[in-house]
Design a protein around this ligand. Structure first.
Ligand SMILES: Nc1ncnc2c1ncn2[C@@H]1O[C@H](COP(=O)(O)OP(=O)(O)OP(=O)(O)O)[C@@H](O)[C@H]1O
Length: 254
């Protein structure tokens, strides 16, 4: 299908400056339909900046970004995209319950003016269960820990069933059982044809789902291929990609 030739995410020669400081130095990232891509790298290597700039949340100072083939400044089909930031913005003291926040993810899918249908409610319940928050559905989000708030946002994005899911550190501060549940639900979404781009420090239970790893170091891509081993085995047979920054990359995993 021609549609499949259009990459959901394409950043071409992406450059980002914060003030005078360049934090992305001409990065190329193209994510194809149905791929599950992990963006890895040390703190401050530019992972969040790259995904934010791919969505137009951070302005590129060089290069361009397109979503589903449309340059981001002209992109309007936001219902096709689900984005989960690292944390709820500080001071977002909205007294909404967990279920209300997750239900908001269904809004773009609902027929305007009609009450939530049974299917919407079911999808919301499934999303809450997938992140292990079904028993907290009635609680205000503000009463949750940072990790639980993050999981609320993940459930909201899942409930919207977008074609492209972009998640910034979805497993940070999340217990092992919830990481497994998240991996299962993301696998389901990929099996349904969705595309996943996520930032992670450690993949853990997400690893089987990931079919491509992109490693950033100091604002540059230093690896693009299979998931690298956590430490120092880059030269072993089976490690497909060898690059000139192997030492640097090893440090990312310590
Ligand atoms: N709004 C901002 N203003 C100024 N500098 C910023 C801003 N956001 C990020 N930076 C800096 O840009 C660099 C890249 O940050 P970024 O958050 O993209 O890295 P990261 O790889 O996602 O890090 P982490 O793993 O800690 O989330 C860092 O040095 C960071 O301090």
């Amino acid at each position: 299908m021609a549609e499949n030739d259009v990459p959901p995410v394409a950043v071409t020669h992406g450059v980002v400056h914060y003030g005078d400081r360049a934090v992305l130095h001409g990065v190329d990232l193209r994510v194809e339909t149905g791929q599950a891509v992990a963006l890895l790298g040390a703190n401050g290597s530019g992972k969040s900046t790259l995904i934010k700039s791919s969505l137009g949340l951070v302005r590129l100072t060089g290069g361009e970004a397109a979503l589903f083939g449309t340059p981001v400044p002209r992109f309007r089909a936001w219902h096709r995209v689900g984005y989960v930031p690292q944390r709820l913005g500080a001071g977002s003291g909205v007294p909404a319950t967990v279920r209300e926040v997750v239900s908001a993810g269904r809004l773009s899918r609902r027929v305007l003016g009609l009450p939530a249908r049974k299917r919407d409610r079911l999808i919301v319940e499934r999303a809450l269960e997938a992140v292990g928050l079904a028993d907290r559905a009635k609680d205000p989000v503000t009463s949750l820990s940072g990790g639980q708030q993050q999981r609320t946002l993940i459930a909201r994005a899942l409930a919207a069933e977008p074609e492209l899911l972009v998640l910034d550190e979805p497993t940070a501060g999340v217990d092992a059982a919830s990481q497994e549940a998240l991996a299962a639900v993301l696998s389901d979404r990929v099996a349904d044809g969705a595309t996943v781009l996520l930032v992670a420090h450690e993949l853990g239970p997400l690893e089987p789902l990931i079919d491509r790893a992109v490693v950033l170091s100091h604002g540059r891509i230093v690896h693009d291929g299979p998931v690298p081993e956590p430490a120092g085995v880059h030269a072993e047979p089976g490690h497909v990609h060898v690059h000139p920054h192997a030492k640097e990359e090893e440090r990312l995993w310590t």
